[in-house]
Design a protein around this ligand. Structure first.
Ligand code: E4P
Length: 225
């Protein structure tokens, strides 16, 4: 299981990379919008410097046509670095861009995936990662667990080198379900990770341990005995 941060908030990326086992960062144009009119490439380079050179940084193209997507990809590789995973929506134009980018050896992530068929096509076109949108599928009355399981089964059966990078989560339970269905990786807003470790029953349990220890040993910690 690998956890990625689905945000472009630099302070959050710094804080959460320090605390959690973060494997990389993703964003999309809607996530970038939350940061305002940033100096886009400086911002993406800052994310790279926070996470380091070895972790995947997924950045989405904004053009809607194949030629434009390829120009966007070239720009990302030049102005950020050659290791960027270029996120391409799996549309008619996008699938052509994925084929061409893979022929050039670029890391590619197929995104905006709402069906197993869309994922299969992206795998066959050579995408390194595919991003099924868990919460959005659930909102549509689809079966995200079954769709991710079908993608995982095809990867296993035909030994595709593709990784499932599940996305679009609104709670930690959905993340668990994506992993259990066969996603190797999941990307999420930092608040989902924080929520896992800050539930009142956890803090109450720790407060009770603290009170019991102090009732016997006072303010001395174990290391100070
Ligand atoms: C990944 O980066 C996806 O674009 C993202 O998780 C979509 O999330 P949303 O459904 O919350 O917009």
């Amino acid at each position: 299981m690998r956890y990625l941060l689905d945000t472009a908030d630099l302070a959050a990326i710094r804080r959460f990379c320090d605390i959690f086992p973060v494997a990389g960062v993703t964003s999309n144009p809607s996530i970038v919008k939350k940061e305002g009119k940033i100096d886009f490439f400086a911002h993406m380079n800052e994310i790279r410097s926070i996470i380091g050179p070895g972790k995947p940084l997924h950045i989405q193209v904004t053009a809607l046509d194949t030629e434009g997507m390829i120009r966007d990809a070239d720009t990302l590789l030049t102005k950020v670095d050659k290791e960027v995973y270029v996120k391409v929506p799996v549309t008619m134009e996008g699938i052509r861009a994925i084929k061409r980018l893979k022929a050039q050896g670029v890391h590619v992530t197929g995104t905006a995936i709402y069906s197993s068929q869309q994922g299969f096509l992206a795998m066959e076109a050579g995408a390194d990662c595919i991003a099924p949108y868990f919460n959005r599928m659930e909102n549509m009355g689809l079966d995200p667990d079954g769709i991710i399981a079908a993608l995982a089964e095809m990867i296993r059966l035909y030994q595709y080198p593709t990784e499932i990078l599940a996305a679009s989560f609104k709670n930690a339970g959905q993340v668990d379900r994506a992993f259990l269905a066969g996603a190797q990786t999941a990307t999420m807003d930092p608040s989902i990770l924080e929520g896992v470790l800050t539930q009142p029953h956890i803090t109450n349990a720790v407060a009770a341990f603290d009170a019991d220890w102090k009732s016997v040993f006072g303010e001395c910690t174990l290391a100070e005995l």
